[in-house]
Write a protein that binds this ligand. Sequence first.
Ligand code: NDP
Length: 408
Amino acid sequence: MKHVLIVGAGGVGHVVAHKCAQVRETFGKITLASRTLSKCDAIAVEVKNRTDRDIATRQLDADDVPSTVALLNELRPDLVLNVALPYQDLPLMDACLEAGVDYLDTANYESPEEAKFEYSHQWAYQDRFREKGLSALLGSGFDPGVTGVFTAYALKHHFSEIHTLDIIDVNGGDHGHPFATNFNPEINIREVTAPCRHWENGEFVETEAMSTHQSFTCPEDVGTYEIYRMYHEELESLTKHIPTIRRAQFWMSFSSNYLKHLEVLQNVGMTGIEPVTYQGQDIVPLQFLKAVLPNPGDLGASTKGRTCIGNIMTGLDKNGKESALYLYNICDHETCFQEVGSQAISYTTGVPAMIGAKQMLSGNWRKPGVWNIEQHDPDAFMTDLMKYGLPWTLREMDLAEARRFSGK
Ligand code: NDP
């Protein structure tokens, strides 16, 4: 009977708690801890109603390493599953090292003071985790997460070399609000307003945020959307671990309405992360903006439509012949809401977090050190995606079309 400690009772934490509760044979005991205890308790009530399972709840400030170590020593969980914010990654890894507990997250570390995320901070823990015989899995959401597993799966079963990788994240859902973000607004807006970087012949090339875009027609009638090239963290780990990749890009769909609101908010300074003094108090504009925007965790009831996230990859197949693949998942917002009371963005993040935790707790992916998801064998994870709500489709693609899309 394994015990998982989930940290973070937000939109993703809500899904993770439900999905772990559904998989009784792996997650024998579940504790949900977060900064605000009442949010943990509310999720526990929903989990009980939907799955008839009791989960324990605790208050925790995960920035406070000694408090986290004390909680870990008291509970002795087998794994900390971090779905708080990227700011908490390092304090939670420190606490795991001190208490001797394995670690998993869905987003890489970012300092609150600088809107720039990179893996160097977490990769620096490699030796310490290995020496203590502990295992850490970084980025087990959808992107990063499933996109890395898709890449590893294509490399294992189809390609001998991958040359181009285009990750395309389309949210065809409509939540009915004039402006809202699909996950934590502060993290989301920091990400989309940052300069774009893509991988080109051995180095990252920087371009202005949102300056490159094209139209993309999703399969299975999800629709045609304008997708914008932006930086995303898995580009860093995938190009490091799969060095044959010559060009790697990440694309995300945005509606013109979203971009119009974002532009105005940027122009008036509401997306800034430098504190301003207001009536004698320091406030960070972006954090204030988060407080007035809809809570992404509450969007489930009103969101309709589907997401379509996947990878277009080109390279040499196992016979040395040039070929192209498209590997994707389509997820329906309303179906997610019926199952766990959440919209599809939280769902597509929470399900892979549970599956990654399952691989670690079963011993399948439990090797000492700090690992990105594409460094593990993808097969059992791919099977579990089919089983636990994120079925995928693999299609051969026209090579010329894939190259045109990638800009090659
Ligand atoms: P939310 O803002 O909804 O939830 C975050 C939760 O973390 C909140 O409950 C918050 O508490 C809690 N928290 C924040 N600081 C602390 C702290 N110091 N100690 C304890 N708890 C804390 O965010 P989401 O659920 O939308 O996102 C969760 C994570 O998932 C983020 O890191 C995000 O980047 C990542 N993500 C990854 C994706 C992927 O595909 N890989 C996609 C989407 C999200 P409180 O409620 O009290 O503020």
